[in-house]
Design a protein around this ligand. Structure first.
Ligand SMILES: *Cc1c(COP(=O)(O)O)cnc(C)c1O
Length: 387
């Protein structure tokens, strides 16, 4: 089956649920057993069996199976947020005395967790240049247990050579974790490129409608048990309503992302021609330094990219952002609506320097007609010039 067909099939089984097209929302805490023997029987570890609300319901399992199947992973576990997916996956693999390599381009709260929680627990966290590829060999230590990637970085958009990093890591028996929120299971089949644990803020494109917080950890067979056990032991549990919304959104990720990518390319190319713009950082553009890796490894691009303006005073940047009508000012992305934020990555980098040469904005392109978005950006450039 091609992936668009698969998206219509995964995570549902009408024959099991009175012919219902979608897996229904199952709400429960307690699951009643027919007899004591059934209640006391311990299911094999890591198996998806309904036995208590916290361990998941058929709604949870439907979402998990759908995402795992689409990405080509072994199994998946849903957690209450993308950040919970990151922290539980990291906690599953690094312990006191271990060395952890983290890309310098990671999502800022990932870095905060490493700095505050992992370091306090005696993990040796080291940040690496996201562009070093096979050069990561020089950073590996005898106790390097895991390498954390995020490609492209969701703020600064450096493409990482994940296959090269994975080859080195696997030679040293280290686990490769990747935050694949930008790539999604639809555009980046992480496991085919050497990732062992693929992490998604399903809050973004998977749910796709800016109405739910949700995370998903997908693993290969080898990494499943440590991840499942860690999530279970921390007590993470997701509401079946949120799982339902996640799966409902995921059903249409293909049409949304293809459409949003086409719009994002149109807006990005238009921005490239503007006199006020220094450069656009978007791996889907031919001129982008990460384009070759993106083209080799990815099947498409998220509609999230950066635009660097020629230097102007801060009030001019604020005038530009504040005058936008169709771009909301706010966190998150991957929904149906366009968004804008200002990038301040220079503030927390440690292994590399982020110096884009001018004010940098992050744009998320939603499902609006791109002609309207261009008109909105055009009038914002007028507001910028008027400052
Ligand atoms: C938003 C985001 C997260 C965190 O997801 P939440 O659901 O907001 O916790 C993790 N990684 C990336 C790249 C993100 O953009």
């Amino acid at each position: 089956m091609k992936k668009d067909t698969l998206l219509t099939q995964v995570g549902r089984d009408p024959a099991r649920y009175s012919g219902m097209v979608n897996t229904p929302v199952f709400r429960t805490s307690t699951v009643i057993h027919p007899n004591l023997a059934s209640y006391e029987k311990r299911p094999p570890e890591g198996e998806k069996i309904v036995r208590y609300g916290r361990y998941g319901t058929p709604t949870t399992f439907a979402l998990e199976e759908a995402v795992a199947q689409m990405e080509g992973g072994f199994r998946a576990a849903a957690v209450p947020s993308g950040l919970a997916a990151i922290t539980s996956a990291l906690s599953a693999f690094v312990k006191t005395g271990d060395h952890l390599l983290v890309s310098d381009s990671v999502y800022a709260p990932t870095r905060v967790f490493c700095e505050r929680q992992l370091k306090a627990n005696g993990v040796d966290v080291e940040y690496y240049d996201p562009l070093l590829g096979a050069g990561i060999a020089a950073r590996m230590k005898a106790n390097t247990r895991a390498v954390f990637c995020e490609s492209p970085g969701s703020l600064t958009f450096e493409m990482q050579d994940i296959p090269a990093i994975s080859r080195v890591a696997h030679e040293r028996s280290a686990v490769v974790l990747a935050d694949n929120t930008w790539g999604t299971p639809y555009f980046f089949r992480a496991f085919e490129h050497g990732v062992d644990v693929s992490i998604h803020a399903a809050t973004k494109y998977i749910a796709g409608h800016s109405d739910v917080m949700l995370g998903i950890v997908v693993t290969n067979e080898h990494c499943w048990l440590p991840v499942r056990k860690t999530i279970t032991e921390y007590g993470f549990s997701v509401s079946p309503d949120d799982c339902y919304l996640g799966l409902r959104g995921f059903r249409t990720i293909g049409v949304r992302m293809k459409h949003q990518m086409a719009s994002a390319l149109r807006v990005a190319r238009w921005l490239q021609q503007r006199a006020e713009v220094k450069r656009v950082i978007y791996p889907a553009l031919e001129a982008d330094p990460g384009h070759a890796i993106w083209e080799r490894d990815f099947e498409g691009a998220a509609s999230l990219f950066a635009v660097v303006l020629d230097p102007v005073p801060d009030p001019a940047v604020a005038a530009f952002v504040d005058s936008l009508k169709l771009f909301g000012i706010g966190s998150s992305w991957g929904g149906f609506e366009s968004l804008v934020t200002v990038i301040h990555a220079e503030a927390y980098r440690t292994a590399t320097r982020w110096n884009p040469g001018g004010p940098a904005l992050r744009l998320h392109i939603g499902l609006e007609d791109p002609a309207d978005l261009l008109a909105d950006l055009e009038q914002a450039f007028e507001a910028l010039a008027a400052r």
